[in-house]
Write a protein that binds this ligand. Sequence first.
Ligand code: CAO
Length: 555
Amino acid sequence: MSDVIEITVPDIGDFDAVEVIELLVSVGDSIDAEDGILTLETDKASMDVPSTSAGDIVELKVAVGDKVKQGDVIATLRVSADAGDSDDSVIITQALPEEAAVAAPSQADESAPQDSAVPAAAQPSAVTITVPDIGDFDAVDVIEVEVSVGDVVDIDDPLLTLETDKASMDVPSTHAGTVTAVLVSVGDQVKQGAAIVELQVSGDAASEPVAAEAAPAATAPPPAQPSEPQAAKTQPSPPAAAPAAPGAVNEAGFSTAHASPSVRKLARELGVDLSRVKGSGHKQRIIADDVKAWVKSALSSGASAGGGSLPATPRVDFAKFGQISEQPLTRIQKISGPRLQASWINLPHVTQFDLADITDMDARRKALKEKAASSGVKLTPLAFIMRAVVQALNEYPRFNASLNADASALVQKHYCHIGFAADTDDGLVVPVIHDADKMDIYELARALADLSVAARDGKLKVNQMQGATFTISSLGGIGGTAFTPIVNAPEVAILGVSRASMQPHWDGEQFVPRLMLPLSLSYDHRVIDGALAARFTTYLNQCLANVDGLMEAIP
Ligand code: CAO
């Protein structure tokens, strides 16, 4: 047996609408008495509201931006029966069964006798909907809450939308019922198992949950960085690190940083990611001087590197020169833009151009095309190119690697997952063909077609956009003779493919027509030297020219 207690706002003086500026805990967190639950801010001060007891957070009743006053319930906490604290600011409301998945009954149910003779299944009961399996993410942003208290929902109705750096997905309801509590707000971060909504459902429905699967709401952008919380864990301590750009704060790390509200406020004002600051106070508490020292050192290291913030492009009032209209960027474009920019700024890019003779390859493709089509496979040059790329990556594994978080070591990947840029109405996405090295031409062609359709229909699953080790961007179906693709960081190279054209080739005695494929290999010069890049494209050309080698069965 355990008690659930309510934590309320204590006496905070003569304020009756104080803003919640930070949540310091999440549902499921185990906390000690006196641990901060949230930070409030008036126009004069900010303050942490501590927990009155040790226990596990069952529910957060407020979100950042809410206004609260003395006595408002901010969270519920499950405490062991003997740990309950009878402090004035907490009220013990009810005992809960041990099953965490079943939520506390709503206020209206509290009068119901606990030992009622009616079988439990026939009574309305409360069900807590949790975040289903969403892949390897442990801090996913809630970007939309689609229900409110009082709404009636059916099974599979979307409750909220989550967004990772690669995709957004709806979390559907596993039960039909009436929403009695919404436990998350836009801007919260959640992980698998986090409680998000409480429903009042009929007894029968409560016992038959439907397995929920997060459904992609839209497809996602190309350059994929490692997930931020992971990257943050391995970030070196300052002062070596550069200052975090505004918006680059690791919120999860920030909220758990050991710092007082005033220091947090200072850090937010200065755009300092507290998760990267080392505390010099008692028990490594971060004090104001640590934040200031971090800023100073970050600025000076930026200055000595000739860096500092980037110069801004000119702001122009376009309307001064004629009529204008504005079209908002799509969600995918808003996500992919900063990623592309980050790669462009952080990676020293070089592009190696080459021309591959694909005359024989294309003749073979055309010969096989109809037969392949009769089995439902559209055989485009890209499947052959992908097979050749796999062979080249096998020969030059440095292209199938990434730098680690502090760029001190090369992480060699012993798997081969090839991403390919796909053009969709909403922007560029990069589906990933996993274990491409284990596929023959036909399997690659089928995977390409299936993933392209899913990308254009906005139906790519999260794992279909993760884990690429190398990316191909083909504009061959459209045109052009060369381009400079941006590396899909943290990968170290990307192959751009332009449209093949028949060109005169001198065979030593005469000009002969050959079908030539333009290749543009962009690479991260920190990892790959120009000579290696030229060897890679030369080898790739040989693979493309050796059509029998491309068609060989995969061992
Ligand atoms: N040279 C000549 N013809 C080519 C070719 C090449 N390099 N690549 C493809 N083609 C031909 C195909 O054979 C096909 O012709 P048929 O219909 O007569 O057989 C036609 O062009 C169209 O091909 P496709 O584009 O439908 O298929 P694909 O497998 O080549 O490409 C995909 C699939 C998803 C990569 C492509 O559709 C796409 O979205 N490309 C755009 C990628 C992009 O935007 N990159 C830029 C990123 S950087 O900003």
